[in-house]
Design a protein around this ligand. Structure first.
Ligand code: ATP
Ligand code: MG
Length: 261
């Protein structure tokens, strides 16, 4: 449960594409240590919110403050460096490289050591390198990937590829993790296991999370608080129970199957 101070504060966040608002006046006050859910019908603006937070899109207006720093409009690499990691709806793995290489590359992309320092083997780098290997080894264990470490990522069963994708995000040592439909394509048993894994890594690495999901039982069971977007506008926010019973939410989802289940 999230009882900490506010880690991510967003106000008035807006983004338009060709004159249409994909996100309008979005706000969030996310306490450190919390798991929040972000739901809404297709095209509601959920992924756009993630793209704005992580710098893949520049907002037309609004402010994003992370750990007291105004990061509005920062580039993705800077956002990643200060401790925000994300996954994408579509997997971002190097399919022909091994599971372990995917994790090492994910970490190095965010490392403060450049290639020169790595090649010359400075002591501080070697120390860092040991820490990286420890973290990668841990992630392989936690995600049940240890016996696949030398397998090419593209050969793993789909459920494991999705897990590896999350593990790669964690290899960057984030404080805030944004997951975009992490259970997509998983069967119910795999999804349940994933929810358990997310709680495990949250405790293990002191994470704060926002999870975008379509699978209602999954997000209702995982998130302590849920925001609902519809046509780019925040139409509800509350506990899973409050959101489930909110008439505006039920209306937004009318015609969409499997919702307030
Ligand atoms: N790069 C882009 N250029 C133009 N329009 C975009 C772009 N990205 C998103 N949109 C539009 O913005 C709106 C919100 O899209 P977004 O992908 O954020 O929705 P979503 O809630 O993540 O949907 P889904 O559940 O289908 O993933 C949609 O109308 C979409 O077509
Ligand atoms: Mg999306």
């Amino acid at each position: 449960m999230g009882q900490g101070r506010v880690l991510l504060a967003i106000e008035g966040l807006s983004k338009a594409f060709g004159g249409l608002w994909a996100v309008r006046d979005y706000r969030l006050s996310l306490p450190e240590g919390a798991i929040y859910g972000l739901i809404g019908p297709n095209g509601a603006g959920k992924t756009t919110v993630f793209n704005l937070i992580t710098g893949f899109l520049k907002p037309n207006g609004g402010r994003i403050v992370f750990a007291g720093m105004d990061i509005t409009g920062w580039r993705p690499d800077r956002v990643s460096y200060i401790g925000i990691a994300r996954t994408f709806q579509l997997l971002q793995l190097y399919r022909t490289l091994t599971v372990e290489m995917n994790l090492l590359i994910a970490h190095h992309k965010h490392s403060r050591y450049g290639l020169f320092v790595a090649l010359t083997g400075w002591p501080s780098y070697l120390r860092c390198e040991r820490e990286v290997r420890t973290r990668v080894g841990e992630l392989l264990e936690i995600f049940g990937l240890a016996r696949y470490r030398a397998a090419r990522a593209g050969t793993l069963p789909y459920g494991l590829q999705r897990k590896l994708d999350i593990a790669c995000a964690l290899a960057t040592e984030p404080r805030l993790l944004l997951l975009d439909e992490p259970s997509c394509g998983m069967n119910p048993r795999e999804a349940e296991e994933l929810a358990h894994l997310i709680r495990t890594v949250k405790e293990r690495y002191d994470l704060t999370l926002i999870v975008v999901e379509h699978r209602m039982p999954f997000i209702m069971g995982l998130a302590e608080r849920i925001q609902v977007l519809d046509h780019g506008v925040l139409i509800a926010e509350g506990t899973p129970e409050e959101v489930r019973r909110d008439p505006k939410v039920i209306e937004a989802y009318l015609g969409v199957e499997d919702v307030v289940a």
